[in-house]
Design a protein around this ligand. Structure first.
Ligand SMILES: [Zn+2]
Ligand SMILES: [Zn+2]
Length: 126
């Protein structure tokens, strides 16, 4: 069992179960659809679905939507859960954790940046 996948799960307050570890490992190489995760992890549909919900609840995984396409599941690269937004490149489909100071909301919105996903072209593509 890879130590870093375990640490990644623990840093988000989750026990390192085999399905969670498999999903985190599969997402390390880049965003995946539910179908791709099924194929890569060889877990059953319900197990993948249920664990994705748990991983999303703690902010370790987030979902990116495109009109008319299945959503992509993306792994947050940071070990500790912080209040930071994400950037998704529409061209190469790479996802990035933005530094927490990149987007800071104030007042009642403070600390609610985790679900913000910016779309555009990454420095490599742009
Ligand atoms: Zn992140
Ligand atoms: Zn790109």
């Amino acid at each position: 069992m890879s130590l870093s996948a375990r640490r990644h799960l623990r840093s988000h307050g989750l026990r390192c179960t085999e399905p969670r570890r498999c999903i985190v490992e599969a997402l390390r190489s880049g965003p995946k659809t539910h179908a791709e995760l099924l194929r890569l992890t060889r877990l059953d549909r319900v197990t993948v679905y249920r664990n994705l919900i748990t991983l999303q609840r703690v902010g370790l995984v987030y979902r990116v939507y495109f009109p008319g396409k299945p959503p992509l599941y993306v792994l947050c690269q940071q070990e500790k859960q912080g209040t930071h937004a994400h950037f998704f490149c529409q061209k190469c489909h790479k996802a990035f954790c933005l530094p927490s100071e990149a987007i800071q909301l104030t007042g009642v919105w403070a600390g609610h940046t985790e679900r913000i996903i910016l779309f555009g072209q990454c420095p490599e593509c742009g």
